[in-house]
Ligand binder design. Structure first.
Ligand code: G3I
Length: 654
């Protein structure tokens, strides 16, 4: 049965590879000399993270280096290399640019030495990661054992034993695919990327990655109104046409972005217009654009970022809102549906991927629009996150589920991650990025309501995040090499979520009374939680928002830094905002608060507060504690089942 399933899987991979091969060949032909030049340029490149011009002893065998480079670009053609071995082989190829390492020189992205034996890698071809019913050890020293079943591209191992707590999907061994596009297809998800069409013509490597790895494309800027129609009644379609043509050639689906946004709006669209004039202009823009690309574009972000809970109205006070009121939102969707009944219409928003007031406001707004028959098909969670703080698995999944329950498809629509906020070297920042991406992509992979993941750019070379200094927020580096994040995405697509280690908190469930806990302001009382099983710690007599419950002495466990997940259940005696913060003292500095999670709680009900974060330090910290606080004076604050757990991912070779 296993052999049959693997064979069917292999046949599917072969078919996908053949399709990509055809696409790739067509594109390569078009790029012609530019493509060859790019391959040659890569040959003379060096590893981007090396202090020396060449990371491995150069000159050992220059031809081997060239071979590895060719292997990298030949990947879509190598149909007999599949499943586990292909990634390993190609990863080795990626690390070799311009010179060839000896077996002991090759370093995997966990920083360990691995062998560089192509024959050994090739010999693994056609086997699953953990095949049969034996046992296999992963990097964390945990073991996997039990029977294996294969279905739809993933091999599942039963009875996986872990020391910590396995997240959903953790008991899956990953069958690797050659490309993200294949992995996404096997997972039944769409994988997309924001594209700058101007680069397609001049940058063959950019185009090659785009075709090879992504099934969907979206214009990063060239579909915006201000870019398309900088002056009234004239359109410059060149870049948008180029993208749609390119995508058509290589069988990628296009998602348009975006008809209505308060930024990159033409300067002639202003508050001096009457409501009639602005409505007419907006309607014509939507109709003209949809008419031009009828049948060639799959979806459009119709309205982007209409919510801003920091304003009195809760809406972004754009020219559209100020002249037309919030009705512009439903009108834009009605006009788009009338102009093209076939296209998927999406509402796209920033900062709603985590549960919280903005996500709640957006949810209520969309629920109301749908109830009134407004034709919205999908929701985009932009997900411009930071490795410093990003949604936890439970948070993101619950959020996906509630929007999906409204009948919407969910698109994680603009993924990238700022990595500079967390001090550390490049390896630790990139590892944190890998964990974050695996978390986000994995949450989408395991939630049926999530349809697609779209990255906001291909390479760090061109990311908009660089506007504020280099952030390294995407899955390819500036030399277009795969970063560790690439594997995080691969593993996430397989539904393989980061693993939670042991809880770093003492007496986390208050079973030992108040041991290890104290109150900052007010009085701590520990007893049976009302409305929950087990005990809770409650702080009464609080005199203000900074009063709360604290656990100190976390220094030994947390000083090492790295990715963590936090969760607790909280209850307040009045509707309030509750915060969880780490209290960190670095040598010679004042303690500072590192916000971990925030939530608005209803009065008297238990609610989960959670979030993911990465810790890193400029200088060695001298104290670390955890505090839960937030509600105003007189509000009783209770917590139960408090967890702070390291997150790790399987960095073992494939
Ligand atoms: O087109 C001009 C070019 O002619 C000029 O030479 C150049 C000089 O800097 O600027 C070019 O325009 C820039 C444009 O990107 C194209 O590169 C704009 O200055 C720049 O502001 C614009 O930034 C875009 C940004 O939206 C605008 O706010 C980013 O590329 C784009 O990634 C970003 O994308 C947004 C999404 O649409 C919505 N969600 C948030 C996301 C990130 O801000």
């Amino acid at each position: 049965m296993i052999a049959g399933a693997l064979q069917r899987l292999g046949e599917r991979v072969d078919r996908a590879q053949k399709a990509i091969q055809e696409i790739y060949t067509a594109r390569t032909k078009t790029l012609g000399g530019a493509y060859q030049a790019s391959v040659e340029r890569r040959d003379s490149n060096v590893r981007r993270d090396s202090a020396s011009p060449c990371p491995c002893p150069c000159g050992r065998n220059e031809n081997d280096g060239k071979l590895a480079t060719v292997m990298r670009f030949a990947r879509p053609f190598v149909s007999n290399l599949r499943l586990v071995g292909i990634r390993r082989l190609l990863t080795h190829g990626l690390l070799v640019v311009g010179c060839s390492p000896s077996p002991q020189d090759v370093v995997d992205d966990a920083g360990r030495s691995t062998t560089n034996d192509a024959d050994e890698s090739a010999s693994e071809v056609g086997t699953a990661n953990h095949e049969g019913s034996g046992s296999a050890a992963d990097d964390a020293g945990t073991s996997a054992s039990g029977s294996i079943s294969v279905s739809d591209g993933t091999a599942t191992i039963g009875d996986r034993e872990t020391e910590g707590e396995a997240s959903t999907g953790d008991n899956q061994a990953v069958v690797d695919y050659a490309t993200l596009r294949e992995a996404a297809a096997a997972a039944g998800k769409r994988i997309g990327v924001a594209v700058r069409p101007d680069l397609l013509a001049v940058d063959a490597e950019y185009a090659a990655i785009l075709v090879r790895e992504f099934g969907d494309v979206t214009p990063e800027d060239s579909g915006k109104w201000g870019v398309l129609a900088p002056t009234p009644n004239t359109y410059d379609w060149d870049d948008m046409d180029a993208l749609v043509d390119f995508a058509g050639t290589v069988e990628q689906a296009v998602k348009g972005h975006t008809f209505v946004w308060h930024l990159q709006t033409p300067s002639w669209v202003s508050e001096s217009m009457t409501a009639d004039q602005l409505n007419t202009a907006l309607r014509q823009h939507i109709e003209t654009t949809l008419d031009r690309y009828r049948g060639r574009i799959r979806a459009w972000d119709v309205v982007n970022e209409a919510v801003n809970i920091d304003t009195e109205s809760g809406y972004t006070e754009s020219v559209f809102f100020n002249v037309l009121g919030p009705e512009y939102i439903e009108n834009a969707f009605f006009w788009a549906r009338a102009a093209d009944p076939e296209i998927m219409l999406i509402y796209n928003e920033v900062g709603i991927e985590r549960m919280g007031p903005k996500s709640d406001f957006t949810y209520d707004m969309i629920e109301d629009l749908l109830a009134r028959g407004v034709p919205i098909d999908g929701i985009g969670f932009q997900s411009h996150v930071s490795t410093h703080r990003y949604p936890s698995e439970t948070d993101l999944r619950a959020n996906i589920r509630r929007f999906a329950d409204l009948g919407l498809v969910v698109n994680i629509s603009e993924v990238d991650a700022r990595t500079r906020a967390v001090p550390g070297n490049e390896a630790s920042r990139w590892q944190a990025e890998r964990v974050a991406f695996q978390q986000i992509v994995g949450a989408c992979a395991v939630e049926p309501g999530c349809e697609a993941i779209t990255f906001w750019g291909v390479t760090d070379q061109y990311s908009w995040l660089n506007d504020d200094g280099p952030e390294d927020g995407l899955i390819y580096d500036r030399s277009y090499l795969e970063k560790p994040a690439y594997r995080g995405v691969m593993d996430g697509l397989a539904g393989f979520l980061p693993t939670r280690g042991a809880n770093r908190l003492t007496n986390a469930d208050f079973a030992a009374g108040s041991e290890a806990w104290s109150a900052v302001g007010g009085q701590l009382a520990v007893g049976p939680a009302q409305g929950r099983v087990g005990n809770a710690g409650c702080v009464r007599g609080r005199s203000g928002a900074t009063d709360g419950i604290v656990q100190d002495d976390l220094l030994d466990d947390l000083a090492v830094g790295g990715p963590l997940t936090f969760s607790t259940w909280v209850r307040a005696s009045a509707s309030s905002t509750v915060d969880a913060s780490l209290l960190i003292t670095e040598t010679g500095a004042e303690p500072y608060e590192f916000n971990v999670a925030t939530i608005v709680v209803p009065s008297g009900a238990w609610i989960e507060l959670n979030g993911n974060l990465t810790l890193g330090f400029e200088v060695a910290p001298t104290a670390i504690g955890l505090k839960v606080h937030g509600p105003g004076a007189g509000v009783e604050l209770c917590v139960a089942d408090v967890r702070l757990q390291p997150l790790s991912v399987d960095t073992g070779p494939r």
